[in-house]
Design a protein around this ligand. Structure first.
Ligand code: SER
Length: 588
């Protein structure tokens, strides 16, 4: 079954069960600086899982763009992808285990026609927080899953996301499919990798607090996720995800460009296919990410550079427009589903081309240098100075050096490199390890204060600089806020001082911050500010601060501006043509 049909069947099935389809959020989270990318369908829904009412109601479904980059270097085998689509359905304090499990079973066996004999499940064994999940096991039994196909597992397997990350979480039940032509064993063994997980139903009823404790969420939610790449491969009967119809045209294109068959060149072709697809989605994202040495830009750079290196391995002429042809094949397929792809085709091609040219300039020299260094190594170890030189002079991401080293049995001092990198470049805070792990950090108090402060800053810029100033992006951490806005000139010192003073005046005024739901049309008519109107549902949330600001926004915000410390503008700089960036911090 083709992905187009699977998406359609999934959504209409859940619509028939009273769910509303919500649009996919961008792959770069808009208001969550704790992660670089959305790593799961539920990520944009965190405020609603935490208790805020969702404008679409209590039953939602979607297909969401996701990126997981923690095992980027594993891409090349039959299952790993960086970018992927996740089919999801949610109950926000509405139905719970019985309906969720029953509907998953019905969709899999009736709509997607998977034979019950091929299914098995795991449920949570229990811990100090919650008892063993007999309720889910009972539902599975009642649906006809035999006892031997139901396994109880612990926190490592059946608690999502895990016991470390903060934010909404809970026990889950996972559904497995026997993906092999071998005879199906009567008893399910979760360790046997012929059984592949296809769907995860999380019963999100807890919040893992910053202090390490777990508390009950205001409502019991359900969050389910099924990877489209995996289920497509299953339904098309292939064991290599890249042999499914999601990839066949892309792989065929790479075969055509390289003049080589997929067979025997699988690893390189999978890496090129995956990395170019991810690069397409990241560079088409409204966040306007460009290859750089920090945050999402660094991931984008790594993806493109790694794809180039593997294209070279296939003897593709790097100077031809190979990357463009592959990207076009990908964009042709996805633009129907994701508007930003349609709108940003040229941006994507330009990003790929520019990065290729940049990397190409030094790649040959860098590879020669690498070989020179390698030939002198006697103890099988590359020191941090050489690794740093490859980065600094030849633009080799450390991961590339590590990978090249591994191919030659050389271990690279990665930790040493990182220290040196930090010392030299003051490695941006955001580049720190945690953000590459992916996960869900709850929005803390300071971030909430900064969030409201960005609304005030946006409003102050309109008063002081120009009423046509509009937000182009924002990024908040517990240490600072960053705010991008449209403006045709560098702010004068006087403008900066006035903006700062006005924001602080509004903070002192102790204005109430109110949250109202209204129709999108009403919100637009009322003049409420918003960044991407088409991405909002028909009913929207507007945050209003007295008469000074009204913005469409998901929150969270402080209740009163007096809860915010004074701000200080630390920097004002250009981001791109017509877009400026302000960095500001709180002063106590
Ligand atoms: N959040 C869960 C997952 O990503 C279920 O959607 O697996």
């Amino acid at each position: 079954m083709k992905p187009v049909e699977i998406r359609e069947k999934y959504i209409s099935f859940f619509e028939s069960k009273g769910h509303k389809q919500i649009p996919s959020a961008p792959v770069v989270p808009e208001n969550d600086p704790s992660v670089l990318f959305n790593t799961a369908g539920m990520q944009p829904l965190v405020p609603y899982l935490m208790g805020q009412p969702h404008p679409y109601g209590t039953r939602l479904c979607d297909y969401q763009k996701c990126m997981r980059t923690n095992d980027l270097d594993e891409v090349g085998d039959v299952t790993h992808h960086t970018f992927f689509e996740m089919l999801g359905n949610w109950s926000l304090g509405d139905y719970f285990k019985k309906e969720s499990i029953t509907w998953s079973f019905e969709l899999l066996t009736k709509v997607l026609e998977i034979p019950v004999e091929r299914l098995a499940v795991t449920v949570f064994r229990g811990n100090d927080i919650v008892a063993a999940d007999d309720e889910s096991a009972d539902v599975w039994r009642s649906l006809g899953i035999p006892e031997k196909r139901i396994k109880y597992l612990g926190e490592d397997d059946n608690w999502w996301p895990n016991m470390e990350l903060t934010g909404p979480c809970g026990p889950d039940t996972e559904i497995f499919y026997f993906r092999s032509e071998d005879a199906i064993p009567e008893e399910f063994n979760p360790e046997d990798d012929r059984w592949v997980e296809i769907w995860n139903n999380v019963f999100m009823q807890y919040n893992h607090n910053e202090d390490g404790t777990f508390s009950e969420l205001p409502k019991k939610n359900v969050d389910t996720g099924m990877g489209l790449e995996r289920i497509t491969a299953v339904l098309e009967g292939v064991t290599d995800n890249y042999a499914s119809s999601i990839w066949t045209d892309v792989i065929a294109k790479i075969e055509e460009i390289s003049g080589l068959p997929y067979k025997g060149n699988e690893k390189a072709m999978r890496i090129i296919a995956d990395h170019i697809r991810s690069a397409v989605f990241v560079s088409a994202d409204p966040a306007g990410i460009k290859p750089s040495n920090t945050d999402q830009g660094y991931i984008l750079r790594r993806l493109i550079r790694r794809a180039i290196r593997y294209a070279k391995k296939l003897n593709i002429d790097i100077n031809s427009n190979w990357e463009e042809e592959i990207a076009i094949t990908i964009m042709d397929k996805y633009e129907k589903y994701y508007k930003e792809i349609e709108e940003n085709r040229n941006v994507v091609l330009e990003v790929l081309r520019n990065e290729k040219v940049k990397f190409n300039r030094t790649l040959e020299k860098g590879l020669k240098e690498f070989e020179k260094i390698a030939s002198k190594i006697e103890n099988g170890k590359m020191d941090k100075d050489n690794a740093f030189r490859l980065y600094d002079t030849f633009g080799f991401p450390i991961e590339l050096t590590v990978e090249l080293g591994a191919e030659m049995g050389i271990e690279v001092d990665e930790e040493g490199f990182k220290e040196k990198f930090k010392a030299h470049q003051e490695l941006s805070r955001a580049g720190a390890k945690d953000k590459f792990k992916g996960g869900l950090a709850a929005t803390g108090d300071v971030e909430t204060q900064y969030h409201t402060a960005t609304h005030l800053l946006n409003a102050a810029l309109k008063v002081v600089v120009n009423k046509d100033v509009h937000q182009k992006g924002s990024n908040i951490t517990a240490e600072r806020m960053r705010f991008d806005f449209s403006c045709d000139h560098k702010l004068t010192d006087e403008e900066k001082q006035k903006v700062e003073a006005l924001v602080n005046e509004w903070i002192d005024a102790g204005y109430e911050v109110t949250r109202t739901e209204m129709s999108k049309d009403e919100a637009i008519k009322s003049g409420a500010e918003c960044m991407f109107i088409e991405r909002y549902p028909d009913v929207v949330t507007v945050y209003k601060i007295a008469d000074v600001s009204a913005e469409l926004c998901g929150g969270p915000h402080v209740e009163n501006t007096s809860k915010i410390p004074h701000i200080k503008i630390k920097k004002e700089e250009a981001v791109s043509a017509g877009v400026r960036r302000i960095k500001a911090v709180f002063v106590q």
